[in-house]
Design a protein around this ligand. Structure first.
Ligand code: HEC
Ligand code: HEC
Ligand code: HEC
Ligand code: HEC
Length: 381
C-alpha cells in the first residue's frame, strides 16, 4: 500500500525514482510462454564463479567481522535458502514445476540457487551452502589469486597490524583486492549492480509462472535498513555510512546517500537493458517499462553530462505499454555498455557534494525492513 502511493506521488511529481513494478500492478500471463528464458544477461553481476566461492564459514569472515556476520544472519537474505530452496512447497514448488526443476536441483544447479543462496563447489559439484551471503555482494573471494589472501593480511592480530600498515602498502593491497574481484565500499556501482543482478528477474518462464520480475527496489533505502552492517571501526555501532570508507576516503553520510541514489539509477537502467536484450515475451517486456523509464527520467533531472547523456540514450529503448521493444537485442546490449561507461565516468567525477537538491527526495523513503524482519526485530539492527 505504502509503496504504491509513494510511487504514485513520486512519479506524478515527475521525479523518476525507484520504482520498479509492484507485482499487483503488472499482470503476468497465466500460461507459461514457449520462449527461451532470458537468464544469462544480468548474470555478470551475480557470482557465477562458483569455484572461487568460499562461504562465510570457510572464508572465516566471522573471525574478523563478528558484528557484520551477526547482522547478516538476521536478514531475509540469509534465510532465503532455507525458506525458498530447502522447502519444496507453495510457490517454490509452483515455479520449480513450471521450469521442470527437481528438488535436488533447487539445492545445486538450478537458476533459483544463485539468487536465493550461495553456491560453491563441493567435491567438484555445485551445492547451495547457505542463503545469500557476503560474497553474493562483495564478490567471490577464494583461489590462490583471489581477494581473500591479500585482504586478510592486515588485521589487529597480525604481525603488522592494520593501523601500522604503510599508506602505499594499503593502496597496493586495495588495488590487488579490486583486481581480484572484491567489491568494496569504494565500488558503489559494483555493489548496486550486485543488488539489481538479483532484484530484477529476466527469466521469462519464471516470470510467466508468477515470480516477480522486479522488486520495488531503491538502492538507498533498501541498503540502509535490514541489510546495513557498517560496523568495521566500532563493532557496537552500525554506522549510517561504511565506517572504513568514511575514514579512508573522508566521505560523509549525506554524500554517500546522494551518490547511492544516482548510481542506483544507472544500475537499474543498465540491468534492465541487459534483461530486455534477449526478451521476447511481451508480458515480461512490459514489466520493465516502468523501471527503465522512471530511472531514465530521474537521471535527466540530475544535471551532469553523464546523467543527461544516459537519460537521453534510454528514451529510445523504453518498451511500449503493450510490451513491444523499440530496438533490436544487440542495440539493447550496446546501450547497456554505454550506460556502464557513463556510470564509470560519473562515479569518477563526483563525490555527491553537488547534489544537495536530492536530499529532500531521498529522505522521503525511510530505511527499509522486510515484514519478516520487522516482526522479529523491529526497525533497527
Ligand atoms: C584476518 C581478518 C579478516 C578476515 C578473515 C576477513 N576480513 Fe574482511 N576485513 C579485514 C580488515 C582488517 C579490513 C579492513 C581493511 C582495510 O583497512 O582496508 C576488512 C574489510 C572488509 C571489507 C570492507 C572493505 C572496504 O574497503 O570497503 C569487506 C567487504 C570485507 N572485509 C569482507 C570480508 C569477507 C566477505 C570475508 C570472508 C570471506 C572477510 N572479509 C574476511 C579483516 C578480515
Ligand atoms: C546484500 C549485499 C551484501 C551482503 C550480503 C553483504 N554485504 Fe557487506 N556491504 C554491502 C554494501 C552495499 C556495503 C556498503 C554499505 C553502505 O554504503 O552503507 C557493505 C559494506 C561492508 C563493509 C564495510 C563496513 C564499514 O563499516 O566500513 C564490510 C566490512 C562488509 N560489508 C562485510 C560484509 C560481510 C563480512 C558480509 C557477510 C556476513 C557482508 N558484508 C555481506 C553489501 C553486502
Ligand atoms: C544473490 C542475490 C541477491 C543479491 C546480490 C541481493 N539480494 Fe536482496 N534479496 C534477494 C532475495 C532472493 C530476496 C528475497 C528473500 C526471500 O524472501 O526469500 C531479497 C530480499 C531483500 C530485501 C527484503 C525485501 C522484502 O521486503 O522481503 C532487501 C531489503 C534486500 N534484498 C536488499 C538488497 C540490497 C540493498 C542488495 C544490494 C546491496 C541486495 N538485496 C542484493 C537476493 C539478493
Ligand atoms: C534473478 C534472481 C532470482 C531468480 C532466478 C529466482 N528468484 Fe525467487 N526471488 C528473487 C527475489 C529478489 C525475490 C524477492 C522479491 C521481492 O520481494 O522484492 C524472490 C522471491 C521469491 C519467492 C517469494 C515470493 C513469492 O513469489 O512467493 C519465492 C517462493 C521464490 N522467489 C522462489 C524462486 C524459485 C523456486 C526460483 C527458481 C525456479 C526462483 N525464485 C528464482 C530472486 C530470484
Amino acid at each position: 500500500m505504502k509503496r504504491t502511493s509513494l510511487r504514485r506521488a513520486r512519479t506524478s511529481a515527475c521525479v523518476g525514482i525507484i520504482l520498479t513494478c509492484a507485482i499487483n500492478e503488472c499482470p503476468v500471463p497465466s500460461a507459461a510462454s514457449a520462449a527461451e528464458p532470458a537468464t544469462g544477461a544480468a548474470a555478470d553481476a551475480k557470482i557465477t564463479d562458483h569455484a572461487r566461492v568460499m562461504g562465510a564459514a570457510r572464508g572465516d569472515c566471522k573471525k574478523c567481522h563478528v558484528s557484520e556476520v551477526a547482522a547478516g544472519m538476521k536478514t531475509v537474505h540469509f534465510l532465503s535458502a532455507e525458506q525458498r530452496l530447502y522447502k519444496f512447497d507453495g510457490n517454490t514448488k509452483k515455479y520449480a514445476d513450471a521450469l521442470g526443476i527437481k528438488q535436488t536441483e533447487l539445492l545445486s544447479t538450478s537458476v533459483c540457487s544463485d539468487c536465493h543462496g550461495t553456491v560453491a563447489l563441493e567435491a567438484g559439484q555445485k551445492k547451495v551452502i547457505s542463503g545469500v551471503s557476503c560474497e553474493s555482494c562483495h564478490g567471490a573471494a577464494g583461489g590462490d589469486d583471489g581477494w581473500l589472501n591479500p585482504h586478510q593480511s592486515y588485521h589487529a592480530s597480525m604481525k603488522v597490524p592494520r593501523d601500522q600498515e604503510a599508506a602505499e602498502h594499503k593502496a597496493a593491497r586495495h588495488a590487488k583486492c579490486d583486481t581480484a574481484g572484491m567489491i568494496r565500499s569504494t565500488n558503489l556501482y559494483g555493489l548496486a549492480k550486485a543488488c539489481y543482478g538479483c532484484h530484477l528477474i529476466g527469466d521469462e518462464k519464471l516470470v510467466a509462472a508468477g515470480h516477480k520480475a522486479a522488486s520495488v527496489f531503491d538502492f538507498v533505502s533498501w541498503s540502509t535498513g535490514e541489510v546495513r552492517h557498517n560496523f568495521f571501526m566500532d563493532k557496537e555501532v552500525n554506522a549510517d555510512a561504511p565506517s572504513l570508507w568514511t575514514e579512508t576516503e573522508k566521505g560523509t553520510v549525506a554524500n554517500r546517500r546522494r551518490m547511492k541514489f544516482i548510481v542506483g539509477m544507472f544500475a537499474q537502467v543498465e540491468t534492465t537493458l541487459r534483461l530486455l536484450a534477449p526478451a521476447t515475451d511481451g508480458a515480461v517486456i512490459k514489466q520493465f517499462r516502468t523501471p527503465l523509464r522512471d530511472a531514465a527520467e530521474l537521471l535527466q533531472e540530475v544535471e551532469t553530462p553523464e546523467t543527461l547523456a544516459a537519460g537521453e540514450l534510454v528514451e529510445d529503448f523504453v518498451p511500449s505499454r503493450t510490451g513491444k521493444k523499440p530496438e533490436q537485442g544487440e542495440e539493447y546490449l550496446a546501450a547497456a555498455d554505454e550506460i556502464a561507461e557513463h556510470a564509470s565516468a560519473f562515479v569518477k567525477s563526483y563525490d555527491g557534494s553537488k547534489f544537495g537538491d536530492l536530499d529532500e527526495i531521498i529522505e522521503e523513503t525511510p530505511a527499509y525492513y522486510s515484514q519478516q524482519y520487522k516482526q522479529k526485530y523491529g526497525e533497527e539492527n
